[in-house]
Design a protein around this ligand. Structure first.
Ligand code: IMP
Ligand code: MG
Length: 185
């Protein structure tokens, strides 16, 4: 028998149930963009995308906003490798410019424990942002999460670990155009 090809994509057995297909995601992102365009009329929001998971989402969201908008990036480490949370948040790449006086929209791929978002909100608050909102593509159902005010939510998600549309497992599968359960979690 031939050895399995390590470059087969996706690897057999990695992809579980597809939870959100490409069309469903694109339609919802268009709605979120329209909502943000309407809510920020006469202002110029600063989207702050958290690397790397929210890159795919923010690229689509940005183009769904029909108004002046700026973008910046931060990288934080909140997860170790694999699917387990390390609990710690550390700034790996800071903003290009401080956010004082800006209308900040924190753009996340997924809010799970809320630890990352909470830390970043405090950080932006300490830099005197004029306003702060969260836009997350996915919100994990978690009755135990400390309450956190999230204005824009794409989809609520059951507990499964998911991949695709920016979300990774050990840096892989961000390029899937859909969101699926990771079958080996
Ligand atoms: P939180 O601080 O627990 O809210 O974690 C948020 C971060 O954990 C997200 O920005 C993701 O990078 C990562 N994360 C949480 N759940 C998943 C998942 O199901 N798939 C991929 N990454 C995840
Ligand atoms: Mg992330």
């Amino acid at each position: 028998m031939d050895a399995p090809n390590p470059h087969t994509f996706p690897r057999e057995g990695d992809i579980g149930k597809i939870l959100l297909n490409e069309e469903t995601i694109q339609n919802r992102v268009a709605e979120l963009g329209a909502q943000i365009s309407a809510d920020y009329q006469g202002r110029k929001p600063l989207l702050i995308s958290i690397l790397k998971g929210s890159v795919v989402f923010v690229a689509d969201l940005l183009r769904a906003i029909d108004a002046p908008v700026e973008i910046d990036f931060m990288a934080v480490s909140s997860y170790g490798s694999g699917t387990k949370s390390s609990g710690a948040v550390k700034i790996v790449k800071d903003l290009d410019r401080a956010v004082s006086g800006r209308d900040v929209v924190l753009v996340e791929d997924i809010i799970d424990s809320g630890l990352t978002a909470r830390y970043l909100l405090n950080y932006f608050r300490s830099q005197n942002a004029a306003s702060l909102q969260i836009c997350t593509l996915l919100l994990r159902d978690d009755p135990d999460r400390e309450p956190i005010d999230i204005k824009y939510v794409g989809f609520e998600l059951p507990p499964a670990f998911v991949i695709g549309y920016g979300l990774d497992v050990d840096q892989e599968y961000r390029n899937l155009p859909y969101i699926a359960e990771y079958a080996r979690a």
